[in-house]
Design a binder for this molecule. Structure first.
Ligand code: UD1
Length: 432
């Protein structure tokens, strides 16, 4: 398995282009199942999760074409992909594929809405606590589907006249539940209202794309979303929104190592809670039409308490990275995780680099230390791995991060982006 070697202690200076958001790209690709027209997605990031989802969609009969690069294109410009689901040949999503990426479970909604049935393996994905799908199944049942679980598979069937609009209240804010409801209700008969819907920018991006495909949706980005079902959707062209988690991750890296970096294409309104915390830690953040600029020149990092929350709160997907930053703060900070239990697997790995962190239930108490020192560490999940990279960039000496396939799931060209700003990050291929 590939490893990454990082020699720390260098400030970051320069420009980092921000890729299309993984968490928007995945539901957008899945939405292609809703139409027999062609859905063209621009700014699609080159990621292992995107490639795996192409395979999963291919298995259902989706034809995809990736446009070649044109002369003059930026080296890190996103891909343009045409997805064509005119002929759905299989409504089963098998265990071998779905178990590798939780988001692929969401195919259940468009398959059910368009084909009237779906058989989808219960999901796998990042090991960050139990992640049930009860609310997603609740949505399908509310829309009139029958849902059974048999041998690890969800079997969902629409009633003979198709799905019917409904009034749906989420007991907990769920991004996947909201995506599922949107993709099922757009083709249901009649009116659907979602209460306590997720307000994440990726939900808005999906709704915007569905609207371009002919869906009738109002209120995406607020807790109440209204959907008027239509008989069919058409193809469309849509550009994936920039990745706020990638932007926040690099912003935290700069806040930790010092330096001055422009996060090109990043949008501050997608990341305000994260940026506020970075500013409170003593870094300078400004934004303009090009993106977000983060700098910190000297001075100790200040301790900041944060608590994760659904959007517009502090994102759980930046919790590990912020904890890395806080390991070198001049004082003690408290980091509370409210979305996922067991999302503190990075704590023991950060400790290998010299961090002082104590866990009390869902709170990590981080006592800042003067210095971190390089060490071998193990990536455990996507966001945890990148928190180790950030910490290693600011540590003295060499860190080897093992199991970097987690990083490849969600960070496009991580080494190149960091190295062009002066970092020393090198991939060591397995076997060498
Ligand atoms: C998405 C993101 C993930 C992010 C998370 C929260 C993608 C591909 N993944 O994951 O990166 O960390 O949102 O912002 O977009 N829950 C239930 N029952 C359900 C569904 C969820 O109890 O049926 C709970 C979960 O266990 C969790 C909370 O709801 O405690 C939020 O999860 P959810 O928003 O659904 O996360 P995902 O959509 O899986």
């Amino acid at each position: 398995m590939d490893r990454i070697r990082i020699v720390g202690g260098r400030p970051l200076n320069g420009v980092i282009p921000i890729s299309g958001a993984k968490n928007a790209a995945l539901p957008l690709m899945i939405a292609s199942l809703l139409t027999d027209g062609t859905l063209t997605l621009e700014n699609l990031p080159r990621l292992a999760d995107v490639n795996l989802l192409m395979r999963i969609l291919g298995n259902h009969g989706v034809d995809y074409k990736i446009e070649g690069k044109r002369p003059g294109d930026q080296p890190i410009a996103g891909q343009i992909v045409h997805l064509d689901a005119a002929n759905i040949v299989d409504t089963t999503a098998p265990y071998e594929l779905v178990s590798r990426m939780r988001a692929s479970f969401w195919v259940v909604a468009p398959l059910l809405a368009r084909m009237g049935e779906a058989k989808v393996s219960l999901p796998g994905g990042c090991a960050i606590g139990t992640r049930p799908v009860d609310l997603l199944l609740m949505v399908l049942e509310k829309l009139g589907a029958s849902v059974e679980i048999e041998s690890g598979y969800v079997l969902a069937k629409a009633p003979s006249g198709g799905l019917r609009g409904a009034d749906i209240t989420f007991s907990k804010v769920t991004v996947g539940g909201t995506h599922t409801a949107l993709m099922a209700a757009v083709l249901a008969h009649g009116h659907t209202v979602l209460h306590n819907a997720a307000c994440e920018p990726e939900v808005v991006d999906l709704a915007d794309c569905l609207i371009k495909m002919g869906a009738r949706i109002k209120g995406a980005g607020t807790p109440t979303i209204e959907i008027e079902g239509v008989g069919r959707l058409n193809g469309a062209r849509h550009s994936v929104l920039p990745d706020r988690i990638e932007a926040g991750t690099y912003a935290m890296a700069v806040a930790m190592t010092g330096g001055d970096v422009l996060l090109e294409g990043a949008r501050p309104e997608l990341l305000q809670a994260g940026l506020d915390a970075i500013v409170a830690s003593g870094a300078t953040v400004t934004s303009n039409a090009q993106g977000i600029r983060v700098s910190r020149n000297g001075g100790r990092i200040l301790p900041v308490d944060i608590s994760t929350a659904p959007f517009p709160g502090f994102p759980t997907d930046l919790q590990a990275q912020f904890m890395a930053l806080m390991t070198r703060a001049g004082g003690t900070s408290r980091i509370t995780e409210t979305i996922f239990e067991n999302r503190f697997m990075h704590v023991q790995e950060l400790a290998r680099l010299g961090a002082h962190i104590k866990l009390e239930d869902d709170v990590a108490i981080v006592e800042g230390v003067e210095k971190l020192k390089g060490a071998p560490v193990m990536a455990t999940d996507l966001r945890a791995s990148v928190s180790l990279v950030i910490a290693a960039l600011a540590a003295e000496g060499e860190t080897i991060v093992h199991r970097v396939y987690h990083l490849d799931r969600g960070f496009e060209q991580l080494e190149q982006k960091l190295n062009q700003c002066g970092a020393s990050v090198e991939r060591i291929a397995s076997g060498s």
